[in-house]
Design a binder for this molecule. Structure first.
Ligand code: GLC
Length: 436
């Protein structure tokens, strides 16, 4: 096992985490890119800093929700692109402890995660639209891009990098064990060396030898960076982080070996709180996508955006509770599971696998008995429903099954030829035990 594989062991076991985008941008409620999209000058954005006081914010509730949804880790935006910090950094005044809130939310967060037994992840933006030494006029994303007032401005980018490295050092030294560091993101010539990435990673590893890193010191959410190539450098990170697009299959490196990946996606269509975005995904949809990630060897990092009062929107809370109910009964088919590489995708859903147990995720009921597609019937020891342990009876005498000797059929109906409603309409899981 490589060091990278050792570090990643808990992560591939966990499979499901909560991403949280939260900062003063929850007040304008137009998303965390608001300053850039609307090209808001820093002075005009100050009013949100001056009134940031989320009295209803109880991070223990967020962590409890993640735990109850069956998630095993969380990742919170310690600093997003607007540069506002949720922690008490000694290197800036632009931090939550200086707002009316007067709170170090990262300190509250790490404690809440640990109380709920969740691994602790921190997101840190490499971009910074507040720091005076970050490129402005010619930068593609900066709110002041193309603004003549900044055309001839002299900046000292190394001073920004010292600041960025210094803040990351604060995060990895002042808050106990950090399990995931989620950097975001590289673009154009700002990638790898330009961030002094190797130096950064060796500093991080000195304080937190086991922390796992995403790949964005070298990549964006659409690229892979060095992780897919031969002997990836430490700054290539530990896992690939596709964004808002579920990969078509396992992600393979240059030798055709699967690499560790995590899909990050939003519960509606926005990372942070967005007043007008009511397109919340249903629990059923979320369960299907979580299963799909696992069936392709990936994790799901599902994002919610608490509002300006510090509350996670009710629509998200309801959906996550339902996902949690399903996870309580069926989590065994997710945690520590991966793809069933030797089996084709069945018509009725997907397979996940752990050792000699294959989990058949029935997303929809077939008409007739259920074929255990692709599995050698001679190898099957027992088939049951994961939710209640009930035996899934033999369906091989039903119409459509009795002439097919190469496939094992099961039936959940009282009579073999009946079609039934699945006990769990989102995903009824068959536990298929195979001989060693
Ligand atoms: C992007 C966006 C961002 C979000 C992130 C999550 O790169 O810039 O707002 O934080 O993706 O993956």
């Amino acid at each position: 096992m490589t060091d990278r594989e050792k570090r990643l062991a808990w992560f591939t076991e966990a499979r499901f985490g909560m991403f949280i985008h939260w900062g003063i941008y929850a007040i304008p409620a137009h998303g965390e890119w608001y300053r850039s999209h609307a090209q808001v000058p820093v002075e005009a954005y100050q009013k949100y800093f001056d009134r940031f006081d989320p009295k209803a914010c109880d991070i223990h509730q967020w962590a409890r929700l993640a735990h109850d949804a069956g998630m095993r880790y969380m990742v919170l935006t310690a600093k997003h692109h607007d540069g506002f910090c949720l922690f008490d950094s000694k290197l800036t005044d632009y931090k939550s402890t200086n707002t009316p809130a007067g709170r170090d939310f990262i300190a509250e967060y790490v404690e809440a995660c640990r109380d709920e037994g969740l691994k602790v992840g921190l997101y840190y933006s490499l971009l910074d639209w507040h720091h005076p030494d970050y490129p402005k006029y010619a930068d593609k994303f900066h709110p002041m891009r193309g603004n003549e007032a900044f055309k001839d401005e002299k900046i000292n980018f190394d001073r920004y990098l010292d600041y960025m490295h210094g803040q990351i050092e604060e995060l990895v030294s002042n808050y106990g064990k950090i399990d995931v560091l989620w950097f975001d993101f590289s673009y154009e010539n700002l990638s790898g060396k330009a961030w002094r990435a190797e130096e950064l990673v060796s500093m991080v590893r000195k304080h937190q030898p086991d922390v796992i890193l995403d790949n964005r010191l070298e990549a964006s959410g659409e690229e892979y960076g060095g992780l897919l190539g031969p002997s990836p450098a430490p700054a290539a990170g530990d896992f690939v982080s596709p964004e808002q697009s579920l990969p078509q299959g396992c992600i393979l490196n240059y030798e055709g070996k699967p690499v560790t990946w995590e899909l990050c996606t939003t519960i509606n269509n926005s990372w942070s709180y967005m007043l007008h975005d009511r397109s919340f995904k249903t629990a059923s949809f979320l369960i299907h996508k979580l299963v799909e990630c696992v069936s392709k060897g990936g994790n799901l990092l599902l994002d919610v955006g608490p509002d300006a009062n510090g509350r996670i929107p009710l629509e998200s809370v309801y959906a996550l509770y339902q996902v949690g109910e399903w996870m309580q009964r069926n989590g065994e088919s997710i945690y520590g599971c991966g793809p069933a590489l030797d089996l084709p995708r069945p018509d009725w859903g997907r397979y996940t696998r752990k050792g000699n147990i294959v989990y058949g995720h029935l997303f929809e009921e077939p008409i007739g008995p259920i074929p255990l597609t692709g599995i050698d019937p001679a190898k099957i020891r027992f088939v049951s429903l994961l939710r209640d342990g009930a035996e899934a009876h033999d369906g091989s005498t039903a119409l459509g099954a009795r002439k097919k000797k190469d496939t094992r059929f099961v039936s959940l109906a009282a009579s073999n030829n009946n079609t039934i409603s699945l006990p769990d309409p989102s995903d009824t899981v068959l536990k298929i035990e195979l001989a060693d």
